[in-house]
Design a protein around this ligand. Structure first.
Ligand SMILES: O=P(O)(O)OC[C@H]1O[C@H](O)[C@H](O)[C@@H](O)[C@@H]1O
Ligand SMILES: [Fe+2]
Length: 201
């Protein structure tokens, strides 16, 4: 017997097999609406607060990134998955990026597979280790447990990734919002450079 899940409507356990499309061109799916983060939701996250303020002048509020969360029940045996699209742009000389987060269940991993665009995954753990991995189409990045992760678009096209993680992992934004990341990725002489975050506490 075949079932089709209507994604976008409430999913509940036990799940039955389902399938859906994510566009290889723009990363979007019409199976469920995306969640959008505009620049006004990123206040304080970039090193240059004045540059962010200028970009919001006159009521402008550019879309920085959007992602699909399908509403898979957050239970241990399930996998949450979807696409994330970070648009090209900069705040001052710092590239557009996601907020980034730790997982609430800290020791849970995540995999990202780059479908399009170019960029970086910035990762750091509470012990102070930090790592940058480049995104390019066809490349998978493994984010181990304990590492906060932020996607950064260093190119001129949307950075599109497909992600999978344990559905009960949860998102912990707390320390990213208060302390920031140790590192920032900015454009220097036309190329990305990883620098110390002047705002890091
Ligand atoms: O939650 P953010 O750090 O803002 O990133 C937005 C989203 O990016 C990726 O798609 C992750 O897999 C999602 O779990 C996350 O919510
Ligand atoms: Fe995550």
């Amino acid at each position: 017997m075949t079932h089709t899940h209507a994604t976008g409507t409430k999913l509940s356990n036990p799940l039955t097999p389902f399938a859906l499309y994510f566009s290889l061109n723009n990363g979007l799916s019409d199976a469920a609406p995306s969640l959008k983060r505009h620049l006004s939701k990123m206040k304080g996250m970039y090193a240059d607060d004045a540059a962010l303020g200028r970009l919001l002048e006159g009521g402008a509020d550019p879309l920085v990134y959007e992602f699909h969360e399908l509403g898979i029940p957050e239970s241990e045996g399930n996998l949450a998955f979807g696409t994330s699209i970070v648009y090209p742009g900069k705040v001052g000389d710092e590239y557009y990026m996601t907020k980034g987060h730790f997982h609430t269940i800290l020791d849970t991993a995540e995999v990202y597979y780059c479908i399009g665009g170019k960029g970086m995954m910035l990762m750091e753990n509470p012990e102070g280790d930090w790592v940058v991995q480049e995104f390019a189409p066809g490349k998978a990045v493994y984010v181990p447990g304990r590492y906060a992760h932020r996607s950064i678009n260093t190119g001129h096209e949307p950075l599109i990734t497909f992600y999978v993680f344990r559905a009960d992992a949860g998102h912990d934004y707390g320390s990213i919002e208060t302390k920031g990341y140790r590192k920032i990725v900015v454009e220097r002489d036309g190329v990305p450079a990883v620098l110390d975050n002047p705002k890091w506490k």
